[in-house]
Design a protein around this ligand. Structure first.
Ligand code: PXP
Length: 239
């Protein structure tokens, strides 16, 4: 199973001050040194974290693969066609949401998604459709011609009671079986962390996980001791 590291929240910290740091490009290089297999960023319509400049530079700098999450709009399509990330993951997008709140409704928006998939894949960009673990969505996803799907693990990640966890896990397992029968590439992501990922990695046929918030959160704490001690050293020397 491969790991794509989502760096949106490195950009969120940068945007809290509107300056230059922390730079998602630096973070991407460090994530690659840590052994990840890809870098994922979501260029949102409102540019609340990742900016166009980040996507352009990531494509030039990283040595793994760039997975661009984006809404299926004309603006985003033009950006993808000009930057040419190795992979685009199409996601639904609402301005007011804190993060992506559910999968695409491919059944409802089939014609439009079909066209976007054809255009991007016609230019050799792999397209993945982010969907809830539902049979009808998987069947429609296959009909669009997209290479694969990313199963939305948000519901699984939001439950804690044993029986709810079992139920959500089962939904994901059934979705994986269905998608595998249709020869779709299967990715998964959203809300995965250092605890709940353990059951997901047991599921066969999932090829790639995209994980962001929990990795960025952990990195900020693991780096705290060193960051503080460097500042203490500087202050002690009265530089
Ligand atoms: N996959 C998709 C399609 C997403 O939209 C996101 C959030 O940007 C992720 C994975 C990563 O989610 P998290 O930050 O909760 O790990």
């Amino acid at each position: 199973m491969k790991l794509g590291v989502n760096l949106d929240h490195i950009a969120t910290i940068r945007e809290a001050r509107g300056g230059k740091e922390p730079d998602p490009i630096y973070a991407a290089v460090l994530a690659e040194l840590g052994g990840c297999h890809g870098i994922t960023v979501h260029l949102r319509e409102d540019r609340r974290h990742i900016k166009d400049r980040d996507v352009k530079l990531l494509k030039q700098v990283i040595k793994t693969k760039l997975n661009l999450e984006m809404a299926a709009t004309e603006e985003m399509m033009n950006i993808a066609l000009s930057i040419k990330p190795e992979q685009v993951t199409l996601v639904p997008e609402k301005r007011e949401e804190l993060t992506t709140e559910g999968g695409l409704d491919i059944v409802e928006n089939f014609e439009h998604i079909y066209k976007v998939v054809s255009t991007l894949q016609g230019k050799k960009i792999t397209v993945i459709l982010f969907i809830d673990p539902e049979k009808e969505q998987i069947k429609s996803a296959e009909k669009t011609g997209a290479v694969g799907i990313e199963i939305h693990t948000g519901c699984y990640s939001n439950v804690y009671r044993e029986e709810e966890l079992e139920r959500e896990l089962q939904r994901i397992e059934e979705a994986v079986q269905e998608a595998n029968k249709l020869n779709l590439k299967i990715n998964a992501g959203h809300g995965l962390n250092y605890q709940n990922v353990k059951s997901i990695v047991q599921i066969p046929f999932i090829r790639e996980l995209n994980i962001g918030h929990s990795i960025v959160s952990r990195a900020s704490l693991l780096g705290m001791t060193q960051a503080v001690s460097e500042m203490v050293q500087l202050i002690r020397r009265r530089i």
